[in-house]
Design a binder for this molecule. Structure first.
Ligand SMILES: Cc1ncc(C[n+]2csc(CCOP(=O)(O)OP(=O)(O)O)c2C)c(N)n1
Length: 633
């Protein structure tokens, strides 16, 4: 059936039974593709019927369907002209894992970070009115994404403006892990209908308890129940905010969905449609373990097992998780905070051992950071584990609530650097720049997984704001010291000494810089390699000494060049009046890094061994004859 669908117009020609077959086809293709390329399997399987119903009832691209996060939009991609290219999902030059305006006219808003859909849809609806046009605007948001402040800001606005706008709340009771928070509990009560029944029973019980008059009042209250109902309807919260509430609807029943969306289409004011779906629907392994299959690497579709090599080298994320346990055992003041990324940040085992000292705040990075700052004022040492890219959302909280008050909050920033196949929305290549411009914070990046342990210990003990950023993926395979030891703040280390050129590397780039330097040596060029460790404070004494000695410096970072680590080195040399030193910076030029493997992108930006080798060779100039002879011998 999917073979016949080239645009949403084609699905409008199908009968109900054919739509059901199409849903099965779509599921099969999504499972097959994700098993090869990895991807957001469980969220996308959960929205197949919802997507078909939306495109069946509404007329995209005239009507605007705005996806939140966009990790659930694979069915949307498949029926909006990208079926033939879908096998390239998340590959270099292929279909992006998230809606992208550049990719299709059906992707009306580019996404990847959560909770933007209501505000974006409200903006589109407002623009439509300004232009005097008429079309429908639909935002599709998950219950997890509703936990963010941004979603509430959008609701607050849209409910009051009373413009024609439809919000579909895709409620599967899950974020990546089970959802958290009061809103989640409220939705859960609506779903089970318990809220109405419980309140009614509570009132009755209370009235019966009043001697003599109780029974009489119960009778009267029964008559008043009709009036009371409007107050107790499911979704009263949304009604109070200015939305008409429709639901809860069974999200895998195409007939129900289509009928209800047709009704809703006739309304001309804000409506919230509450749809209940099952994450991973139709693939038993994903239904059983939706967290594992939320965003997954390649796997065996038959068994559900991951195909990634089981090799013994732990990931940075795993080492972070283990170190957190060690630090928490050592110091009862240490706590961990995550924003809906417990397993993504490696905190599962920690959360089991220290349930009282683990806080999942939901997708609420801003709240998470300020919540940490509040704790820190009371002597607690919070470690906020958030992916580098998502910390962007909490910038003012880091600046105003943590750094301005010099509070001892640790930012553990996973996925620092190039994130790979998730693409432009998920790269953590800005944090050196956005953090080093803030006073009072220590900014570090480890050269390997062993140094990560030591940096975490350093951060926890430094008594003020500190950040440690580390990459996605496996460590370099070095042995791990038994216990983490604090490093001296602002101290770099020289890994290799040479006279022709100096490589100032930080974080992930230290290892390829070392490998490049060894190759340079074979060519008769001797390089100093410095593991700089700290973007802030820089080891000014060591770096200026080495720079002056070689006269040629290559800085290497997996961060944007603008305002990053290399900029810090240049500023330091300028401040010290060290003129005449030739400096070349390697890093990400002024553009967004697209989806591809990490290795492909490191190659493209010249920050892998090969790129560093070439740049250093060029900077060093011709090899000194004497050294070339020594090497030749
Ligand atoms: C600002 C931000 N923080 C964290 C994430 C990581 N993330 C992606 S999807 C997701 C869960 C979303 O839950 P929900 O909206 O309920 O959708 P579901 O996956 O359950 O369909 C999270 C935490 C993100 N994309 N953006």
């Amino acid at each position: 059936m999917l073979e016949k669908i080239n645009s949403p117009a084609d699905i409008k020609l199908l009968r109900q039974e054919e739509l059901e077959i199409l849903a099965e086809d779509i599921r099969r293709v999504i499972i097959e593709t994700c098993s090869k390329n990895g991807g957001h399997l469980a969220p996308s399987l959960g929205t197949v019927e919802l997507t078909l119903a939306l495109h069946y009832v509404f007329d995209a691209p005239r009507d605007k369907i705005v996806w939140d996060v966009g990790h659930q939009a694979y069915a949307h991609k498949l029926i909006t002209g990208r079926r033939d290219r879908f096998h390239t999902l998340r590959k270099s030059g292929g279909v992006c894992g998230f809606p992208r305006r550049e990719e299709s006219i059906y992707d009306v808003f580019s996404v990847g970070h959560s909770s933007t859909s209501i505000s974006a849809a409200a903006g589109i609806a407002e623009a439509r009115c300004l232009k005097g046009e008429s079309y429908k605007v639909v935002a599709v948001i998950g219950d997890g994404s509703m936990t963010a402040g941004l979603a509430f800001e959008g609701l607050n606005w849209a409910g009051d403006r009373k413009k024609d706008l439809i919000i579909i709340l895709n409620d599967n009771e899950m974020s990546i892990s089970p959802n958290v928070g009061a809103l989640s509990a409220y939705l859960n009560e609506i779903m089970t209908g318990r809220r109405v029944t419980r309140l009614r029973n509570d009132v009755k019980q209370f009235l019966r308890g009043i001697p003599n008059v109780g029974e009489q009042v119960v009778k009267i209250s029964r008559q008043a129940e009709e009036a009371l109902k409007s107050f107790l309807t499911p979704g009263a919260l949304f009604e109070e905010l200015g939305f008409e509430y429709v639901g809860p609807l069974e999200g895998h029943r195409l007939d129900h969905l289509i009928k209800m969306l047709r009704n809703v289409k006739e309304h001309n004011r804000p409506v919230l449609v509450h749809v209940l779906t099952r994450k991973g629907k139709g693939y038993p392994f994903a239904e059983l373990d939706p967290t594992k299959f939320h965003g997954i690497g390649p796997f065996n579709a038959r068994t559900g097992d991951l195909t990634a090599d089981p090799g013994g080298i732990p990931s940075y994320t795993e080492v972070f998780g283990r170190t957190m346990i060690q630090l928490a055992r050592e110091n009862p003041k240490v706590v961990a905070i995550t924003a809906a990324m417990c397993s993504g940040t490696g905190l599962d085992a920690y959360a089991k051992e220290f349930p009282e000292r683990f806080f999942d705040v939901g997708i609420a990075e801003q709240h998470g950071v300020t919540f940490a700052a509040g704790m820190a004022t009371e002597g607690i040492i919070p470690v906020v584990a958030v992916y580098s890219t998502f910390m962007q959302r909490a910038y003012d909280q880091v600046l105003h609530d943590v750094c301005l008050q010099k509070l001892p909050v640790v930012l553990a920033m996973d996925r620092g650097g190039i994130a790979g196949d998730d693409g432009a929305t998920h790269n953590g290549v800005f944090d050196f720049s956005y953090l080093r411009s803030i006073p009072n914070i220590v900014v570090m990046a480890p050269k390997d997984e062993n140094e990560l342990q030591h940096m975490l210990k350093t951060a926890v003990e430094c008594g003020g704001p500190a950040s440690v950023r580390y990459p996605r993926g496996k460590g370099v395979g070095v042995p791990l010291d038994e216990t983490p030891k604090a490093l001296e703040i602002g101290k770099a280390e020289i890994l290799l000494e040479g006279a022709d050129v100096a490589l100032f590397a930080i974080g992930y780039t230290v290892r390829p810089s070392l490998d490049a330097a060894r190759r340079l040596r074979e060519e008769g060029i001797s390089a100093t390699v410095v593991n700089c460790r700290f973007v802030k404070p820089l080891d000014e004494e060591l770096l200026s000494r080495v720079a002056a000695a070689t006269g040629k410096v290559l800085t290497v970072e997996e961060n944007v060049l603008a305002g990053g680590f290399g900029s810090a080195v240049l500023e330091m040399l300028e401040a010290k009046g060290l003129s005449g030193i030739e400096v070349k910076r390697l890093g990400i030029r002024d553009e967004f890094v697209e989806h591809a493997t990490q290795a492909e992108m490191r190659r493209r930006y010249g920050i892998d061994e090969e790129g560093i080798f070439e740049a250093a060779r060029k900077l060093a100039g011709p090899a000194k004859p004497a050294l070339r002879e020594v090497v030749a011998k």
